[in-house]
Design a protein around this ligand. Structure first.
Ligand code: CTP
Length: 401
């Protein structure tokens, strides 16, 4: 009874693998879960709602609007049905997810009961793509699947093997046991320990203008800060993300302010400190900025270019000096004597935790999806971790906070 009393919403879209969902419903029910099924209209071509209704013990939801013929109109409750269904679930599993349904989710389209409910669900959403290999490897689908992950959906990768088309390749829906195990793993791993907490996170680089077309910047991709925002939001926190220039998508349920310069980040941070429980400065804020910004493009004929710089405001130091009731976390990017330099920063800036990484180590630092971190606290308790995804690293940092 691994899923006793868990509420599972299963969304089925129109692919041949939809038949596997009958077995999936049975596995969920057998382990104690309550199951409700949503089908897209095209899923009806592949599996009968009567079967799924009998297996789940609940009416299958298909239409956006309840029937409103004269006989029913007096008994139909005019509730916002999709909102209630989304709020009801502990987890929303979409299997199989077709290329079309995935594209709609990525773009926020709600044109049927399934996609509309995704928009309003607050619970974790697992998406299990299944389609023919050519559709799966199509550039638009690949991009959409990557975006699903960035947005904070849990994607179960499809398997390779024989496909319905008779071709062989990647795109098969994993066996029901695999999707079941992933659901258990997710439900057991999701902590809601940050509910009611407000967390301010900074991410990405800052761009310090030189002239009207050039800037001083750095290689930060923002991935660590965005992973922190996604993890904190999934654990129930109200998250404000202040981000420098990046191409990353805002994780679900996260508020975001975009800035360019260190000075703009400083203002945005100061403006959002009210009532925060933690501030995590994962942004790679520029330490120096050009003293004068030329309003026109500097011509190469002008002279040898020398840029005079001045220090930017140290936001972390300000937060440490003016600390109220929040936990303060800083990052240190060190290429040598990591602990020594990091401990010095921790003390100097009055931090509660410092997260150290060395971009010279394989799998750590800028642009990668993984990181190798060490967390040091005020008592100098030091915890070093092996290489892990930035999302896992984010959860380790949040555990310590
Ligand atoms: N930071 C900040 N404001 C700045 C510069 C950095 O808030 N103007 C924050 C970063 O977000 C990060 C931490 O400070 O959390 C990094 O500390 P810092 O002393 O700037 O380290 P380095 O940039 O690595 O500088 P150093 O050359 O001293 O190692």
């Amino acid at each position: 009874m691994e899923l006793k009393d868990k509420k599972i919403l299963l969304g089925i879209s129109g692919g041949i693998a939809a038949y596997k969902c009958c077995e999936l419903v049975r596995l969920y029910k057998k382990s104690g879960a309550e199951v409700k099924v949503i089908m897209t209209p095209s899923a009806l071509n592949f599996v009968s709602p009567v079967t799924l209704s009998a297996l789940s013990g609940n009416e299958v939801m298909i239409n956006m609007f309840p029937e409103t013929n004269a006989e029913l109109s007096e008994t139909v409750e005019t509730k916002t049905w999709h909102i209630y269904t989304g709020l009801w679930a502990d987890v929303f599993v979409i299997a199989p997810a077709t290329a079309n349904t995935i594209a709609k989710i990525v773009h926020g389209i709600g044109d049927n009961f399934l996609t509309t409910t995704v928009l309003s669900a607050r619970c974790p959403v697992i998406i299990s793509p299944a389609m023919d290999e050519d559709m799966y490897l199509n550039e638009a689908t690949s991009r959409n699947v990557s975006e699903l992950k960035e947005l904070g959906y849990w994607v179960i990768e499809p398997e390779s093997g024989e496909l319905a088309s008779g071709l062989s390749g990647i795109g098969r829906l994993p066996e029901p046991e695999t999707i079941f195990n992933e659901t258990v793993k997710l439900l057991n791993g999701v902590k809601k320990d940050l509910e009611g907490k407000k967390i301010l996170i900074t991410a990405g680089p800052t761009y310090e203008p030189i002239d009207s077309v050039r800037f001083i910047g750095n290689y930060s991709s923002g991935k660590m800060g965005f992973a922190l925002a996604k993890a904190a939001s999934q654990r129930g926190a109200e998250v404000m993300l202040i981000s420098g220039p990046t191409l990353l998508k805002t994780p679900r349920n996260v508020s975001r302010i975009d800035i360019n310069t260190a000075a703009e980040m400083f203002e945005a941070v100061k403006g959002h400190l009210d009532g925060v429980d933690a501030v995590i400065m994962s942004a790679a804020v520029a330490d120096f900025k050009p003293k004068d910004i030329k309003s026109e493009k500097i011509k190469k004929t002008e002279s040898n270019l020398t840029i005079e710089t001045e220090k930017t405001a140290d936001i972390l130091e300000y937060l440490g000096k003016n600390k109220k009731d929040y936990k303060l976390v800083g990052f240190a990017l060190e290429t040598r004597n990591e602990s020594e330099y990091a401990i010095d920063k921790l003390k100097r800036k009055n931090l509660d935790l410092i997260v150290v990484n060395n971009p010279k180590i394989k799998g750590a630092g800028f642009g990668t999806d993984t990181n190798v971190i060490t967390i040091i606290d005020k008592e100098l308790k030091t915890e070093s971790f092996d290489k892990m995804t930035k999302f896992e690293a984010a959860n380790k940092i949040l555990d310590r906070i």
